[in-house]
Each structure stands twice: as structure tokens, then as C-alpha cells.
Design a protein around this ligand. Structure first.
Ligand code: ADP
Length: 637
């Protein structure tokens, strides 16, 4: 390091860091004590890092291997100091790590802010409040640190008043690790009370494996205090990694507290599953389903996965190899006895043990969700509203668990009150009509388009329930989900509408008769629409609409087509099948039209309307409008 760099310097916070700092100070006032959780978590992470580095360089432990965190109060100076003997920070690290935010999704985070303090406070919580939370209660924060890789005289002091800039200078520090000293704001005296502070430490640090020490209150100490009295310290937390305790020893509150620690969330988890596996593979897993989707759930770079430990030594954050992508919302820890301590992300990708654990953990999550759905429908609905869209990726990604995932899906159906997705496939099956063999569904890109689709008319007439799929991913989902519970799915907008035993003989005869009777009409419409359609035919699915478009059985569905087109992919043209309802007055009127050019105009209008009714964009909307306007003018003349 150059001489100049060793001097005292004043530097500016990165703009985002400044913004976050301000937000934090002004939005998180309602739960101030979390600063201690964050700082103790950082201290514990620093110790984990040192332990991890010591696996390959044992000399790091020669100086001090008695890992611990200490929390000291100085009532006179009005400070709280959190000290760890972890990996520490160099001067450069202090400048970068404490002066900038390196997290992925930072810009997305700022974009998501609403200006509504309560909502933004939640977002900050999701983003991870971290070190800056110190400024919720402090008007000055001093960090002193010596990196495990730096000599005593290259230690650093970093000071900030929570404003635009901070100072750094070199100091000498005998001990390895970091101390963070908060000078409390005038109205934050409650945190100088050691009893209160111990309670907070207990609450947030019980599950950490490293002991947190605080000075022991000695009864009557004030009377016979002498200068020689050395303060005595006691361990305030349980100091046993929570996942190593047995389930019966851990309370729900402790599970929730631990969740907030691993997930950097500040709301409760919806459910969790804690398991110790012994046998061919030995590991302990504690997995949680969060209550809220993170703001960056759809971002490719968003961190996901479990915190990985090998024989209680922390190895990696965000080990994504243990869960499939469609369960990326799951948080938790995995402590394995079978992986090597120097395992890396690359090694994890190839290790067959990882695949076995991934399969087992996937089952555990799905089982936990199934259990939640059975035991607490309301909570499950919360889960579905937050993560349903992600779970819908399951059948495509995870062939083996298709059926299990399908059982967890929730839908709107033609019997639903509104557009909420609350019905399971089992619910649907329990209401199937006698003689119904298939699971019928319609897809559209809006609820309204699905629920008013002309394709539903025959089902309404027969009183058969249809699943209304109105999420963008639905058609893609259905292309991977062809059956459930031994029953086939059937898209009601497909050319072949197999109603099985639901169509009676009499009806079939009437249909054949209608087809014969209208052969000439069909031919004329075909001629009028020329190359626009693949086929024109008499419909058996319509009651109220004059016509509808259906898709060939093996062709790409309309929603999939739209999805690919909007992603900029070239999709081959495909002509539709145009079905006419011969009993509709407009079709009867069409049939009666003798004048050929007028006949084509009317046929075109019916065709375009059928496209509109299913939510498809017209190729030439202006031409359609002109045709309609012409008719309107004729009406009024
Ligand atoms: P996060 O912990 O989520 O990365 P923070 O804002 O809490 O974000 O901390 C920023 C960085 O500062 C940490 O990633 C770490 O590198 C460093 N840091 C914070 N506290 C300590 C500490 N006690 N010892 C060593 N490094 C620390």
C-alpha cells in the first residue's frame, strides 16, 4: 500500500449506498432492534469465513481459535460495541464492502420502491438490511478491523455519521477481527440497558453456533467495586446450531427466528420441514417456504438455494444445486456429512450424492406443501398467490414429480366466483359429471377472455365444469401436463372435441343432419375466406355465438404462439379451423344472402369476430372496423 493511501481519507458512499442508508433510517424505525441481529449475523459470517479459510491454511488458527462474539455496553460514552475474531477487513475491503452495495438486483430493488414507507420497509427487509441498519439507532458508527491476512500495523478504522461520506485511516490493532461501535442517538437509551440487550441477543443469536458473550451483572458489584475487578463474561445465547437440535427441542418461534436469519426476510415463513437423514447418505436439512415472494423472483441472477454446511462448517451461501429451479423460492440450510470440506460449486454440479440429495429435498418440499394444503387451506392459498406461477414450471422441469406438482396446482374454473385460483385438480375431479372422462380446460391471456370464450358454450349447456387457464405460462404448462390421476386433459379449443359418453346418440344424429343440410353454406364461406382458414365446418360446440376458431389437434396453441411471438421468436403461420353455428340468426342471415360480394363481407366479419372473441389480434383491424361501420351506416339510413 502506498504512503498516501495510508493517510486519513474522506470518501463518498456510492449513490445507491447513500440512498439505501437514507431509506433505512427513515423507514425501519418500527423495528429498531434488528440492527443487532444484522451486526451479529455479520460477525458470525466473518467467523464462518475464517473457519472455512482455515481448512486450507491451518496457520490462521494459531493466533486465536477460540471463536466468539462479544457485545459491550459503555453507558458513559453511550456506545454498543460488537466484536468478533473472524476474518476481518483490510482497508480496501472496508472501503468497498462498507461503502458500496454489491448485491445483485440492486437496481431492480430501487425500481421496486413505491414511496410508501410501509411497503418499502418490507422491500428493504427482503433486500437484506445488513450493516447499514446500524444507522437506525446510531448517529456515528466506527469500525475497527484487522484482516486475518494483514499485519498489525495495517489495520483499519472506518467512521461514518450516516451522511454522504465516511473516513478511513490506518491503525494498529493487536487482535484479529472486527469491532463495530455504535454511538447511539439521543433517544435510543433503551439499548444501553444490558438486560434489554441480552434479551435481544438471545432472541436473534440463540441459533448461531458461535457463543455471544456479554458482561455478567454482578449483584452488589457497585458497592465493593475495586480497580482490580476484572469483568466477568457469560455466554448469552444457546450457541448450538439450530438444525442440529432435535425437532422437539425447537419452538416455532425459534424456527421462525432462524428463518429470518437464513432468508434475510423479516416476515414469518409459511411452513418448514426439518429432517435428519441417516443411512447411505447422512445429512440434516431445514427447509422453509417463505410467506412472500422476493422482489427479484423473476430475475435470472437472483440468489437462490440453500446455505451449505459440511459437518457444521459453513461452506457456501446460495447452493442452488440441491433444489430444482421451480422450487427456487425455498430457503434453508443443508448440513452434509458426505461432501468434502473443500467442495466447490463446480464439484457440486458433478457429485452424484448431490443428485440424490436434490431428489430427496425436492420430495420434502413437495410433501411439506401437500401437508400445508391439507392442514391449512388459507395458508396454502397465500403460498399459491405468491409462488403459484413458479410452481407451474414444475411439470416441465421435473418429469418424475409431475403428478405430485399437478396435485399442488390451483385453478379458476367455470364454477368459480371470481378469478382467484383456488381449485385443485382433485376438487375438479370430485365434481366431474357421470360419463365425463376428460379434464377440460380453456386457455387465454386474461381471465375475462377465458371465462367468456365461445368454446365453453357446449360445456355450459351440458353443465360440465371447465378449467379456466389465464396465466401466460398456462399453455406451456399444459403442453407438459397431459394427464392427471389417469385422466387426459383436453383443450376445448382443439379441432377434435371428444365429449366421450357425454354426447348422446340423438345429438350425434342431429349433428350429422346439420352438417349435411349446411354443406352448401360451408362451401360458400370457404370460398369467401379463401386462404385465411384451413377448414370451415359446422360447429357442435356453440349455442350463443355465431362462430368460433379452433386449432388443429397437433398444432401449436394460440397462447404459446403469442408467448413465443412476444419473445421475438419466429413462429410459422398456421391456419385455423372456422366453425359456424347454423342455428344462430346471423349465420341464417348469411346463408340467405344471395349477393356474393356482400356474402363475403359478412363472412369476413364473422370470421374476424371469432378471432376477437378468443382474444386474438386481427391482422387488419382497420378493415374490420370499416366493414362494421358500413353496416352501421346502412342501419341508420
Ligand atoms: P451482507 O452481509 O448482506 O453482504 P452487509 O451490508 O451486512 O451485507 O455487509 C457488507 C459486507 O461487509 C459483508 O459482505 C462483509 O464482506 C463485510 N462485513 C460486514 N461486517 C463484517 C465483519 N464483522 N467482519 C468482516 N466483514 C464484515
Amino acid at each position: 500500500m502506498s504512503e498516501a493511501a495510508q493517510e486519513k481519507e474522506t470518501m463518498n458512499f456510492q449513490t445507491e449506498a447513500k440512498q439505501l442508508l437514507q431509506l433505512m433510517i427513515h423507514s425501519l424505525y418500527s423495528n429498531k432492534e434488528i440492527f443487532l441481529r444484522e451486526l451479529i449475523a455479520n460477525a458470525s459470517d466473518a467467523i464462518d469465513k475464517l473457519r472455512f479459510e482455515a481448512l486450507s491454511d491451518a496457520s490462521l488458527l494459531s493466533e486465536d481459535s477460540d471463536f466468539r462474539i462479544r457485545v459491550d455496553i459503555d453507558k458513559d460514552l453511550r456506545t454498543i460495541t460488537i466484536t468478533d475474531n473472524g476474518v476481518g477487513l483490510t482497508r480496501d475491503e472496508a472501503v468497498t464492502h462498507l461503502g458500496t452495495i454489491a448485491k445483485s438486483g440492486t437496481s431492480q430493488f430501487f425500481e421496486s420502491l413505491t414511496g410508501d414507507q410501509q411497503k418499502d420497509a418490507q422491500l428493504i427487509g427482503q433486500f437484506g438490511v445488513g450493516f447499514y441498519s446500524a444507522f437506525i439507532v446510531a448517529d456515528q458508527v466506527t469500525v475497527e478491523s484487522r484482516s486475518a491476512h494483514a499485519p498489525v500495523e495495517d489495520s483499519v478504522r472506518w467512521i461514518s455519521r450516516g451522511e454522504a461520506d465516511f473516513e478511513v485511516e490506518n491503525i494498529s490493532r493487536e487482535t484479529r477481527g472486527t469491532s463495530v461501535t455504535l454511538h447511539l442517538k439521543t433517544d435510543e437509551d433503551e439499548f444501553l440497558d444490558s438486560w434489554r440487550l441480552k434479551n435481544i441477543v438471545k432472541k436473534y443469536a440463540d441459533h448461531l453456533s458461535v457463543p455471544v458473550l456479554m458482561e455478567k451483572e454482578v449483584m452488589g458489584a457497585e458497592d465493593d467495586e475495586t480497580d482490580n475487578d476484572k469483568p466477568e463474561f457469560e455466554t448469552v445465547n444457546d450457541a448450538k446450531a439450530l438444525w442440529l437440535r432435535s425437532r422437539s427441542e425447537v419452538s416455532d418461534e425459534e424456527y421462525q427466528e432462524f428463518y429470518k436469519h437464513v432468508a434475510h426476510d423479516w416476515q414469518d415463513a409459511l411452513t418448514w420441514s426439518h429432517n435428519k437423514v441417516e443411512g447411505k447418505l447422512e445429512y440434516t436439512s431445514l427447509i422453509y417456504v417463505p410467506g412472500k415472494a422476493p422482489f427479484d423472483m423473476w430475475s435470472r441472477e437472483a440468489p437462490r438455494g440453500l446455505k451449505l454446511y459440511v459437518q457444521r462448517v459453513f461452506i457456501l451461501d446460495d447452493a442452488e444445486q440441491f433444489l430444482p429451479l421451480y422450487l427456487r423460492f425455498v430457503k434453508g440450510v443443508l448440513d452434509s456429512a458426505d461432501l468434502s470440506l473443500n467442495v466447490s460449486r463446480e464439484i457440486l454440479q458433478q457429485d452424484p450424492n448431490v443428485t440424490s440429495m436434490k431428489n430427496a429435498l425436492t420430495k420434502r418440499v413437495l410433501d411439506a406443501l401437500e401437508k400445508l394444503a391439507k392442514s391449512d387451506g388459507e395458508k396454502y392459498q397465500l403460498f399459491w398467490n405468491e409462488f403459484g406461477q413458479v410452481l407451474k414450471e414444475g411439470p416441465a422441469e421435473d418429469f418424475n414429480n409431475k403428478e405430485k406438482v399437478a396435485a399442488l396446482l390451483r385453478f379458476t374454473t367455470t364454477t368459480s366466483e371470481g378469478q382467484d385460483q383456488t381449485q385443485s385438480l382433485d376438487d375438479y375431479i370430485s365434481r366431474m359429471k357421470e360419463g365425463q372422462e376428460k379434464l377440460y380446460y380453456v386457455t387465454a391471456d386474461h381471465y375475462g377472455t377465458a371465462s367468456s370464450s365461445p368454446h365453453l358454450e357446449v360445456f355450459e349447456r351440458k353443465g360440465i365444469e371447465v378449467l379456466l387457464l389465464h396465466d401466460r405460462v398456462d399453455e406451456w404448462l399444459m403442453s407438459h401436463l397431459t394427464e392427471y390421476d389417469g385422466k387426459q386433459f383436453q383443450d376445448v379449443a382443439r379441432a377434435t372435441l371428444d365429449l366421450g359418453d357425454l354426447a348422446d346418440e340423438e345429438e350425434k344424429e342431429a349433428q350429422e343432419a346439420a352438417e349435411k343440410e349446411n354443406e352448401a353454406l360451408v362451401e360458400r364461406v370457404k370460398a369467401a375466406l379463401e386462404d385465411k382458414v384451413q377448414e370451415v365446418r359446422i360447429s357442435h360446440r356453440l349455442t350463443d355465438s355465431p362462430g368460433c376458431l379452433v386449432t388443429g389437434d397437433d398444432e401449436m396453441g394460440m397462447q404459446m404462439r403469442k408467448m413465443l411471438e412476444s419473445a421475438g421468436q419466429a413462429v410459422p403461420d398456421a391456419k385455423r379451423i372456422f366453425e359456424l353455428n347454423p342455428n344462430h340468426p346471423l349465420v341464417e342471415r348469411l346463408d340467405a344472402e344471395q349477393e356474393e360480394s356482400r356474402f363475403s363481407e359478412l363472412a369476413m366479419i364473422l370470421y374476424d369476430q371469432s378471432a376477437l372473441a378468443e382474444g386474438t389480434q386481427l391482422e387488419e383491424p382497420a378493415v374490420y372496423v370499416q366493414r362494421i361501420n358500413k353496416l352501421l351506416l346502412e342501419l341508420s339510413s
